[in-house]
Design a protein around this ligand. Sequence first.
Ligand SMILES: *Cc1c(COP(=O)(O)O)cnc(C)c1O
Length: 410
Amino acid sequence: MNPYRVWAEIDLDAFSHNLTAISQRAGHGVGTMLVVKADAYGHGAVALAHHAVRCGVAGFGVGTSAEALELRLSGIQHPILILGTVVDGEVPALLEHGIEIGLHSTDRAERLQIHGHKAEQIARVHVNIDTGMGRLGVGPSKAIELLEAISSASNLELAGVMTHISSSEGALDPRTSEQVRLFNETLAEARSRGLTLGKVHIANSASLFTGISPLHDLVRPGISAYGILPGDLPGAEDLKAILSLKSQIVFLKDVANGAGVGYGSTWRATGDHRIATIPVGYNDGVSWKLSDRGEVLVRGQRAPIVGRVSMDYTTIDVTHIPDVAVEDVVTILGEDGDDRINVEEIARIAETIPYEITCAVGRRVQRIYTGGEDLMVTPQAPGIASAAPSKEVRSESAAPTSLDEAEVRT
Ligand SMILES: *Cc1c(COP(=O)(O)O)cnc(C)c1O
């Protein structure tokens, strides 16, 4: 009997494996700033960040101030960078908790300086140079001015300089070379003026796996740590899927020829069919786009989604599955028997990118973490050395005080 309607299993051993693959690709001396925005792309940022600390990552990249503070308050002492930007009202709490902030304009720099001065705190910033992403970021022509403004501001400290590559094909795309060229030129100009730049970083997963060069000091992988590469890039075989999404059958119904199923009766039975209802819907991460198109696994066999996916429930055709029963596990994502449904397959059917599939795993879905025992810290005191590791000790491993000290060691 399974206690959950719908649950996500996250395999921490596979996650460690991916972090090792990333670290090996990055090479000696290049740290990993693991990107855990959007609740670690749906996997649960706090749990994964604590595990990643034990794997030796150098720091974390997040999307919002709330995400940064959630990690910090959970006990993460490593550097945490807000990759994008902040709004003014968030700044005091960020300064208090030593959160690093992405910076893209002199106006924002001035505002941070004022906040820092008032609070008697130093705001640690990473300047984001827009070399072609066209979103946030200071243009290369204005970057030097911004870097100089930071170096002369009493309450700002330049912790790093970054750019973001726009192509999902990374270094395989000629536009990336142009971005790299602009970035390197700007760095060289800044250095020639005697500016110290802190940690320099450029590579997301796609750029790392396609061999962008130079990598500088840190890589910023997100999706690859979760076992996925965007698009058909080399190196996917080095990564392991870490996420499974499962539910269980709550109801079976035999329907006759012509019966409609679900909103709008978009699916109608031709002949006798057995329909199973599963208590998982688009709010839980089963895309509405999978209506009448997706498949799930039951007893190791594929069962098509029939009718529209609704908010809380989905209906599947299990006519061909012998002995199918209420409480049978339904695998929406992951492995069952000899078959597996991966994120990439679902993204293809739903006509979206893999990122959106994992991010959509909803709040109602119970996250269950498996594996990771190898890296758990066991109490060192004599006599209790054999005590079972607990969640509490998991979060106590020492944080490096600077990014230099950290390197992935799985
Ligand atoms: C999200 C993000 C990343 C990570 O990208 P992946 O494609 O998931 O590896 C890196 N850098 C920045 C600035 C980002 O916003």
